[in-house]
Design a protein around this ligand. Sequence first.
Ligand SMILES: *Cc1c(COP(=O)(O)O)cnc(C)c1O
Length: 463
Amino acid sequence: MDEYGNTGEGRAARRDEAVRSAVEQGLLGPDSPIVGLLDVTGIRESAAELRAAFAEVTAPGTPVLHAFAVKATPLVPVLRLLREEGIGAEVASPGELALARAAGLSPAQTVLDSPAKTPAELREALALGIAVNADNPQELDRIDGLVRSAVSRSPLGIRVNPQVGGGSIGATSTATATSKFGVALRDEGAREWVVRAYLDRPWLSRLHAHTGSQGIPLPLMAQGVAETYALAEEINRRIGRPQIDTIDIGGGLPVNFASDVTAPTYGEYARALREAVPGLFDGRYGLVTEFGRSLLAKHGTIVARVEYAKSAGGRAVAVTHAGVQVATRTVYVPGSWPLRITAYDGKGRPKSGPEVVQDVAGPACFAGDLLAEGRALPLLDQGDYAAALDTGAYYFAHHYAYNSLARPGIYGFAPDRAGGVRFATVRDPQTLASIVAESGGGHAGALTTLHGPGAVDTQRRVK
Ligand SMILES: *Cc1c(COP(=O)(O)O)cnc(C)c1O
């Protein structure tokens, strides 16, 4: 049970209802064998919990921007729903910025953080007035040039890496000694360089660090924020005025992939931060947060039809339509990214019965394309459905085009007034025409028009 008295039962019940209704309403079936489902009620709840958690620890009147890390779930309707819940956007590419703008987010609700911003991207962000955190000295040089040549409303800061260490998953640890992100604070001369950068630039008003993500324990995250805060204090002291007025603490709250319970909660993290860094919340600093996975992961479910049920070497294997194309991390790095799987029958009702150790395989043509290996579940039969839970972030919204498998349709769901479930299309399933077009279909003859020097000679000779 979490601190809100939530055992995750409500979440599981809504999910079961949605799977049943998706089959009943024809969203799922023999001709549409895979969908992504988003629990709108759950997303709204998480957004409200995030706002409440930080409202509880901050001094009244503290400006707080919760900017959803768009990379976690880059879907315009999700960004619009979050906007309605008072959540902004953290973007890290021209594409993500375009999604945020399409969702109607204002520049004041948007933060740009990517590690490889081009001059054109920086110019656009500053022209729009979007907050930008410079990743490194070369980027700050570019921003210097832009600030000299035009007036901008953009709040500007520097991203630092407190180098507090990594967690259990290397690929999502951003605060290791050699992480590619931000200015590595403990490197020789780096801290002094950062202080100087602020002393020389009265317009630098923010400081940013993101010391997540999945696999990082709370105390380590709190330490990353504490070190960022200490640096802001040092800079303001050296300058003799509160030039840094906002600290961006990044995102990175880990997600519990083992049950339906939210753990840790935003409340726990906010209180751990208040404990570790009380000065951050006394009203002298505005706050920006950039949570991604923790806002969306638990509200997404991939549901895939079992096309065939077979047996190999004594192992039951359910061949489904969900594999590497929608669960890339899990398939390639199963030890770090295990997903819970639930079994539903052909009508979308939870399956019961004795558990059998089986593989839940995907549709891609390589042997390792397994959603789960050796998992004990009620035996999946042909025409049943397998659901991969907690896939609302970094899964079905991150299609991987292996085998030219189509991007599945994504539908949001919520209870209707009559006790049923209503769905809304978030993203249409990808059409075959679109796969062909995205695969160079419009340039079918392109390569045959190129001739090497030998071929040119031949042509000449023929003439
Ligand atoms: C990825 C990222 C986030 C979000 O991380 P989550 O683990 O999804 O919360 C926030 N800020 C930055 C700069 C990021 O790169």
